[in-house]
Write a protein that binds this ligand. Sequence first.
Ligand code: S0N
Length: 266
Amino acid sequence: MELTDILYDKQNGIANITINRPEVYNAFRAKTIQELIWAFRDAWDDKRIGAVILTGAGEKAFCVGGDQKEKGDEGGYGYSGGLGGGIGLEVENLHQTIRNIPKPVIAAVNGYAIGGGHVLHVICDLTIAADTAKFGQSGPKVGSYDAGYGSAYLARIVGEKKAREIWYLCEQYTAEECMEMKLVNKVVPAANLQEAAQEWAEKILQKSPTAIKMLKYSFNADSASIQGISQLSMGSLAMFYDTEESQEGKNAFIEKRPVEFNKFRK
Ligand code: S0N
């Protein structure tokens, strides 16, 4: 596959995947998601690989979710391949691939992890954050939501009350605050982030691959039912994206103006 939206390399048993769209804070479009799925599957299939590191290019952002500028007037992200539950992005497939790859995935969060970008780090097995990183959900501000892993699995990590706060208020949280709520595993100075992620990946590589694989399956089993919730979420999102309410959120963000949601209250 010709890679335009991500960087991918494999060294010493570690696969490094970097979302490479820094001009839009590493927001993803349909092609980005396809490339990410391809890279995770390649790492899955490669016997030499024992761990994967996911990060973002530049210093500003890990990933800020769906690229609002690529969303079509009809609401969806425009990818017409028929995959992705109708939203135009195979996000649900990507989430499932990160969950199912039988090798730990470490998110190295180098800046903003917002919206669908935040969901990506939530799904990864481990998160190491730069001390400059910022975390949060923004869907309700821009007429969107992830009512699958982004909410249900998040609640398992931070608890129901905190997960509701994160989604209802759409505020941003520092790396230290995320450490307190157990949403990240470790906070390091920004300059040491990639080195810290490599160190943890190397430690994993010293362990029994079968034991690690079975542990990942076991951790996944308890939350496996969320996959069905995730499919429902993406299916409903496809319908929501076609509404005036959702489009008002997207348009206000692109036009850099205050959003006007009040008229949609029923
Ligand atoms: C990240 C934020 C907080 C940064 O703010 P700051 O520092 O003030 O910079 P800005 O000037 O706002 O941004 C810098 C440049 O980057 C562009 N940009 C930022 N985010 C996006 C984006 N998502 N899409 C396209 N471009 C983006 C800005 O436009 C700006 O470029 P210029 O100057 O050229 O205009 C702030 O930017 C922010 O809040 N961004 C929006 C984040 C966002 O709303 N993301 C999507 C949220 N969606 C959800 O939460 C839905 C849930 C979900 O998980 C999902 C599920 C399925 C499918 C898709 C999604 C999905 O993520 O949409």
